[in-house]
Design a protein around this ligand. Structure first.
Ligand code: SF4
Length: 689
């Protein structure tokens, strides 16, 4: 893939930002990035990219990169050789394991890392350290969607391909803002709406870009999506508009589900959601009139105490209307990070091995014990929410975090950071000195995606290869090499010489990825799982039935759980999400000059009516106070938000402005995904403009 053109090199990579999984050539001269050139044969994006994919790469040359291992000595960090640092980490981990047992250590993998690196992190936790305490950041965003899809349809991924969205007659987007979070996918939706006459329904608290263009913008009360989704489904069934033949042939549980919808009358939905009755009926009619409907959703759905149930309500609606297993239909949970799908696929969760094979299934354990040549843990592992609580309870003594800014990204940041302060030993493996790294005992310098080979899996289950564009900076190393060398210091020789060795091992063990190989992924080739041994992949799921014993999908009955109620003094609901220019907590894009200049800081959006009432103008500095913490931030007055709704981007160049100083530890009961979107504050004006 590396085509030499005099001293200019051109190398294929896959974007390190969102889950759309755009791929393109990067032109470099030395370490200088000359340009990003998308290619027609890029499967997810062809010639498109967004601002981050096009211009968001100079962070790789930032002088703030960590380029040598660092070991804490008192209040400061001292540079160390790799041997010294890894020997120290190995000895400390061994010591803690011997003293407190293997389950006293927790491991967090990264959706910014490759599939191969994620696979090794869970292998390190399970095979070397003998614990199932392994998790990744999909716990913070998409676990509820995965939970719902696995429960109703069987597989935890988008049911179709991005390419197919354009042939839907109706696109419904619930609790997602693709124009800023998944820009290239949003372009596809916009084009289909404008040019093909695709109908568009958007449900969101904020009048985002797609909501502006939509045929219907649903603006329900916060935390009530399950109610309107269920009411619309009930109305469809009552009118006889459901796909009775599809349900009869393919779906279990219809009668029980229909009965469970009894409370979700239109009157009840109007009362709870605040949506007009006519809008609910219009939504049902639009669904009825569409031959093919896709529903995309994201963290506006999942990050609630009932995030899994609301995701399940979406799956139920798709099944009842027969909008599955045909091109232009289906479920599209929009994965946030570039490889959040892959981190889950690789078994970086306490309850599953790669390919979502159960960690409590003796046959799965026997398979991995034979392959890895060691006894594997049978104790139930902790997810990242449980790890934080276990530290506070004195049961978790050490953590190893690879490539995650958990100190700011987990909810209730003060609670998380006070847990980190209690750890006896803490390893952080990252490319920058993050907020999380401030609490570390050892910092291991990793390489970003441009400095490594491997694969990422995008939101449509598409596995793609990335090639090394630049050599690792300084003494930094790709995460797979760090883990391989650390295992050696623990006395285990994994013997990998290239990430392709790791993928071969994954393919030999995980049925879902049985036919994946680097040869089959050469250049711009890609595969969508499940991939059979002969290399046949699956762009569209469930065409041969659903992967349950009887081959039938399941409708699941649901009850409505009210969102968290805050004391009356916290009178403003605050929502949060992504912005186009920056990504996630901002550690990468706030180190990209062009982007940082364009959007130098974060802000809170205030509605014109609230601004007038409280004496706030654009540029005013306000203090936002929740029961869990407070932040100071500038206000922007905009009609994107309405009434007492506030909105703040999740990314910030200043740690102290992070939204998660305000959010709570409440979480979805099924997955422990934090209820980031259920947060209320009071607002004080610190300094009027
Ligand atoms: Fe594509 Fe997402 Fe990267 Fe933008 S951030 S280039 S949409 S993968």
């Amino acid at each position: 893939a590396k085509l030499r053109e005099s001293r200019i090199e051109r190398t294929k990579t896959v974007c390190t930002y969102c889950g759309v999984g755009c791929s393109f050539d990067i032109w470099t001269k030395g370490r200088k990035i000359l340009k990003v050139e998308p290619q027609m044969d890029a499967p997810a994006n062809q010639v498109s990219t967004c601002i981050k994919g096009k211009f968001g790469w100079s962070f790789v040359n930032s002088p703030e990169r960590i380029v040598e291992p660092l070991i804490r000595k008192g209040d400061s960090f001292v540079p160390a050789s790799w041997d010294e640092a890894l020997e120290y980490v190995a000895n400390r981990l061994k010591g803690i394991k011997d003293k407190y047992g293997p389950n006293s250590i927790g491991y967090i993998s990264s959706s910014k890392c490759t599939n191969e690196e994620n696979y090794l992190m869970q292998k390190f936790a399970r095979a070397v350290m003998e614990t199932n305490n392994i998790d990744n950041c999909s716990r913070y965003c998409q676990s509820p969607a995965t939970y719902a899809l696995r429960a109703t349809m069987g597989l935890g991924g988008d049911t179709g391909s991005i390419e197919d969205i354009k042939i839907a007659d109706l696109m419904m987007v619930v609790g997602a803002n693709p124009a800023e979070s998944h820009p290239v996918l949003s372009t596809r939706i916009r084009r289909a709406h404008k040019k093909n006459g695709q109908k568009l329904i958007v449900a969101d608290l904020r009048k985002n870009d797609l909501a502006h263009r939509a045929n219907i913008w649903l603006h329900p009360n916060p935390g009530t999506d399950l109610v309107w989704l269920s009411a619309v489904t009930k109305y469809i069934i009552e009118q006889g508009w459901h796909d009775a033949a599809f349900v009869e042939q393919n779906v279990d549980g219809f009668e029980a589900y229909k009965g469970s919808l009894e409370p979700f009358t239109l009157d009840y939905a109007v009362e709870v959601t605040g949506l007009p009755r006519e809008q609910l009926i219009e939504t049902a009619e639009m669904i009825h009139n569409a031959k093919r409907m896709c529903i995309a959703w994201a963290m506006g759905v999942t990050q609630h105490i009932a995030g899994s149930d609301t995701s399940t309500a979406i799956c139920n609606l798709l099944l009842v209307t027969g909008n599955v297993a045909r091109p232009g239909t289906g479920a599209y949970p929009l994965r946030g990070h570039n490889n959040v799908q892959g981190a889950g696929d690789m078994g970086c969760a306490p309850d599953v091995y790669p390919g979502y094979e159960s960690a409590s299934d003796p046959a799965v354990l026997a398979k991995y014990e034979a392959a890895w040549g060691t006894k594997l843990p049978t104790t139930k592992g902790l997810d990242n929410h449980q790890m934080v609580e276990a530290i506070h309870d004195g049961n978790l003594k050490a953590m190893y975090i690879m490539g995650e800014e958990m100190a700011l990204v987990d909810s209730n940041a003060n609670h998380v950071q006070s847990a980190f302060e209690k750890l006896e030993f803490f390893v952080v493996q990252d490319i920058f000195f993050s907020k999380t790294a401030e609490f570390a005992d050892v910092i291991l310098p990793a390489s970003p995606s441009l400095e490594k080979e491997g694969t990422f899996t995008n939101t449509e289950r598409r596995v793609q290869r990335l090639y090394e564009v630049l050599e690792p900076l300084g003494d930094s190393k790709p995460d797979w090499q760090i883990l391989t060398e650390l295992a050696k210091h623990m006395g285990v020789d994994w013997n990998y010489t290239h990430p392709s060795d790791i993928m071969d091992e994954v393919a030999s063990l995980a049925e879902l990825l049985a036919g994946v190989s680097y040869e089959r992924l050469e250049g711009y080739k890609s595969l969508q799982w499940p991939v059979a041994k002969d290399g046949t992949d699956t762009p569209l799921l469930y065409t041969d039935g659903f992967p349950f014993d009887n081959g039938r999908a399941k409708l699941i009955t649901l009850e409505y759980t009210k969102p968290i109620e805050f004391d009356a003094e916290y009178d403003l609901h605050i929502n949060n999400g992504r912005m186009l220019e920056h990504f996630h907590e901002g550690n990468l894009t706030y180190r990209v000059d062009g982007i940082k200049e364009k959007v130098p800081t974060t802000y809170v959006e205030v509605s014109p009516e609230l601004a007038k009432e409280r004496g706030v103008e654009t540029g005013s500095v306000v203090r936002l106070i929740s029961p869990y913490g407070q932040i100071r931030v500038s206000a922007v007055v905009t009609d994107r938000v309405v009434g007492k709704e506030l909105y703040i981007p999740m990314n910030t160049p200043k740690d102290e402005e992070a939204i998660n100083y305000l959010t709570s530890s409440y979480h979805d009961e099924h997955t422990h995904t934090p209820a980031y979107k259920e947060c209320s504050v009071r607002m004080e004006v610190v300094c009027a403009e």
